[in-house]
Design a protein around this ligand. Structure first.
Ligand code: NAD
Length: 358
């Protein structure tokens, strides 16, 4: 029995999580998976119910479960609150309490949506890459940090870029394992010509690859070149692995290649492959409650949940294939701007994915 925690969140969160739940139920019946669900509150919904954005009960529920499927949090209703109890704070606390260091962000451009990308169709059609970003270390968390006043009275901002051996090896392992489940190619992105942290990064990733993953084709690229290659010839990549700062930038750039924010799933894993799965978009208060949200990013996040936390690759693929079939049928939600497709609502899109499951 695998236990999944459902956290709907705010805005369009409940709408998209319900569709993904529906798809998970349908695929688990077909593949004979035994799934059990719990529900918990996070963000604005938790503030309304208990006064805090991340109740202890939510963290306890997360620790009891094998994986978490999450919608999104936040909205204008809570924007006036103090930063320390805002919905976003709850999500940050949640991620850090669960030590989710491995962030997986696929960027897939379905051929049916090639015209919706900002790049030329011949450059991006068929794009399918995975960016693995270290999420809990690096310069965003390094100490010391701050803004100090120098003896001459000038102010100086400073941060510390630091990665320990164990942090590098554990994220590299996540990336090698992911590459094994895909096309078997991994590109490690660093700035080893300038930064000592990433000299160590390159050394350890190389050692780990040679020792434990000789079947994965490993290459290295400097961050500046990687950014350029990502928009010049993105299909050359299979899996990219990098630190927190470079990963933040590369994953957003890669996201833009795929045509719509409503199509982008993500996973954040801990050391035991337990994970938080969520769409990359926010709670979209502008369209909440109108049956307009695209549920595919959350449905594809549920597919990642099956693949990475429950080791059910066949069931994951079944969902991904069903999504592709739905696009083949010419269905789209309002966020996808592609000529000649038929616009449907959130529920209808979820139902169509269920119907398209093999
Ligand atoms: P957003 O992603 O919610 O929305 C940006 C635009 O994209 C909006 O026009 C929205 O309608 C559209 N959009 C987003 N998801 C969509 C979907 N599935 N289908 C169709 N259209 C979609 O970003 P924002 O407007 O900057 O933020 C809104 C709220 O979400 C804020 O409170 C913000 O703090 C929060 N937020 C939460 C998360 C999270 O929970 N992980 C992430 C980002 C933003």
């Amino acid at each position: 029995m695998n236990k999944i925690l459902l956290i709907e969140g705010d805005g369009i969160g409940p709408e998209v999580v319900r569709e993904a739940h529906k798809v998970l139920d349908a695929v688990s019946r077909r593949h004979g998976l035994a799934l059990e669900y719990e529900q918990a509150l996070l963000g604005g919904a938790a503030i309304d119910a208990s006064g805090v954005p991340m109740p202890d009960a939510t963290l306890e529920a997360a620790r009891r479960c094998d994986a978490i499927l999450f919608g999104a949090i936040g909205g204008p209703r809570w924007d006036g609150l103090d930063r320390s109890i805002r919905p976003e704070k709850g999500l940050l606390q949640f991620r850090s309490a669960l030590q989710l260091f491995g962030n997986l962000r696929p960027a897939i451009l379905y051929p049916q949506l090639a015209a919706a990308s900002t790049l030329k169709q011949e450059v991006v059609a068929g794009l399918d890459i995975l960016i693995v970003r270290e999420l809990t270390g690096g310069i965003y968390f390094g100490e010391p940090r701050g803004i100090r006043t120098l003896d001459n009275g000038e102010r100086q901002g400073y941060n510390t870029y630091v990665y320990s051996e164990s942090e590098i090896v554990r994220i590299a392992r996540v990336a090698f394992e992911a590459a094994r489940k895909r096309q078997g190619r991994l590109c490690s992105v660093d700035k080893a010509n300038v930064l000592e942290v990433t000299m160590l990064w390159r050394e350890l990733v190389s050692e780990l690859g040679a020792r434990d993953y000789p079947d994965v084709a490993l290459s290295h690229m400097y961050i500046d070149n990687a950014a350029m290659q990502l928009v010049r010839a993105p299909r050359q990549f299979d899996v990219l692995v990098t630190g927190n700062l470079f990963g933040d930038i590369l994953s957003d750039a890669a996201a833009m290649l795929t045509g719509s924010i409503g199509m982008l799933p993500s996973a954040s894993l801990d050391i035991n492959n337990r994970g938080l799965y969520e769409p990359c978009h926010g709670s979209a208060p502008d369209i909440a409650g109108q049956d307009k949200a695209n549920p595919l990013a959350t449905i594809l996040s549920a597919a990642m949940l099956l693949r990475y936390s429950l080791n059910q690759s066949a069931a994951a693929e079944a969902i991904e294939t069903a999504v592709s079939r739905v696009l083949d049928q010419g269905l789209r939600t309002a966020d996808i701007h592609s000529e000649g497709m038929h616009k449907v609502g959130t529920r209808e899109m979820g139902d169509a994915v269920v119907a398209a499951l093999a």
